[in-house]
Design a protein around this ligand. Structure first.
Ligand code: G3I
Length: 347
């Protein structure tokens, strides 16, 4: 019994792969990945900072190993991410004097990066997160360097370059807090505009870094159906469910360090049973929703394999211990895995 077998006729079920997993120093996780998942995405090694740390100096060793792992295990391989304001090397947008480059130069650099990376894995990487996290919760554009220098046009340009480099790869726009209504609206507008100009976009990525309380399932479901009605597939791209209280309480904007440090790890002796139950039910609620909308969903990807390795442990403060994933710190499947599998058998 495995997740990939259970979801075979529904959608791909995937995980992100960390550097140790790609480089064979976390073999136990690799075994879980090969036996449980039908899709993989690189957690870090395909970001621009790693692929092109200096202009024109590409480093592909980790990414090559990642793709080879996926091919060996016959997986649906996803590249993450071509254009993102974070983990972006500074050379990308400055000239020799440290000043912002012109629009023409930035376009050229984007094109070169995208073309080099996408063509290297042409026909092998089946889908790309072309642009990541460009829209804010209130629906405005993030004031990234891409936006400041190129304006809104940087998004269609990125898709166009990717499409030219591999016409058969699926192309996605990916974001977090992806259920905020104003953000949904803007993303849908971007999708529609690109389509009307003949620029292909195949899917929207809903990252799904969620907590026990937010978002409400109904608002999240509305985002799924809204995106789907814009004529794209929905990808659940980076799912994890934090078992801890939100460090920000109910507001997404409080940057009060003291406040969240106090809440850093309320469960030093492991999760209390009632919270564990709540966490499990939350996963089951989400998966019921995914199954309900299986016709709209291309892929559900978890952002990691075990709690031990999750980025959530050190977020937003180092040393915070979280329990967001399907496998525990001893590489054991949590009871929720079997329950998720059972959901696929219900009518
Ligand atoms: O590899 C370097 C190493 O050479 C260096 O010595 C060390 C010192 O800090 O850093 C290492 O890089 C770290 C990298 O992960 C690889 O382990 C970075 O510091 C660390 O910040 C980075 O964190 C990643 C984060 O993106 C960066 O923003 C997380 O692992 C990764 O899970 C997270 O993933 C993002 C998605 O790409 C986009 N959506 C949100 C998601 C969670 O933040």
């Amino acid at each position: 019994n495995s997740l990939k077998k259970a979801f075979k006729d529904k959608f791909y079920i995937g995980t992100a792969m960390s550097l140790p997993q790609i480089n064979g120093t976390d073999v136990k996780s690799d075994q879980i990945i090969a036996s449980q998942f039908s899709s993989i995405v690189a957690e870090n090694c395909m970001k621009s900072m790693f692929l092109q740390p200096q202009e024109g100096k590409f480093f592909f060793d980790d990414a090559d190993r990642f793709v080879a792992f996926g091919e060996k295990n016959k997986m649906f391989i996803i590249g993450h991410t071509l254009i993102w304001h974070s983990q972006l090397p500074k050379w990308f947008f400055v000239d020799k004097d440290g000043k912002d480059v012109s629009a023409e130069v930035l376009k050229q650099r984007m094109k070169n990066h995208i073309t080099t990376v996408v063509s290297r894995y042409k026909g092998r990487v089946k889908g790309w997160d072309v642009v990541n996290e460009a829209i804010m919760e209130d629906g405005t554009y993030r004031k990234s360097k891409f936006y400041e220098i190129l304006g809104e046009e940087f998004i269609p340009l990125a898709f166009q370059y990717a499409q030219e480099a591999d016409p058969n790869a699926e192309l996605y726009y990916n974001d977090y807090n992806e259920w905020y209504p104003e953000k949904v609206k803007t993303v849908i507008n971007i999708v529609k505009k690109m389509k009307s100009r003949g620029i292909r976009v195949d899917g929207v990525g809903m990252q799904t870094h969620v907590g026990l309380d937010t978002p409400k399932l109904a608002e999240y479901e509305k985002a799924i159906t809204d995106y789907a009605s814009a004529g794209v597939k929905v990808n659940i791209t980076e799912m994890d469910i934090s078992a801890l209280p939100s460090p920000w309480g109910t507001s997404a904007n409080v940057s009060d360090t003291v406040k969240y440090q106090a809440k850093m790890n309320p469960y030093t002796k492991g999760l209390p049973e009632n919270i564990e139950k709540e966490w499990e039910n939350r996963y089951l609620d989400f998966f019921r929703l995914f199954i309900k909308h299986e016709d709209k969903i291309r892929r559900v990807t978890l952002w990691g394999v075990t709690d031990k390795q999750s980025w959530k442990n050190d977020f937003p403060v180092k040393g915070r211990t979280d329990y967001p994933l399907l496998f525990d710190r001893n590489f054991k499947a949590k009871p929720v895995v079997e329950k998720i599998i059972q959901l696929t058998k219900e009518k």
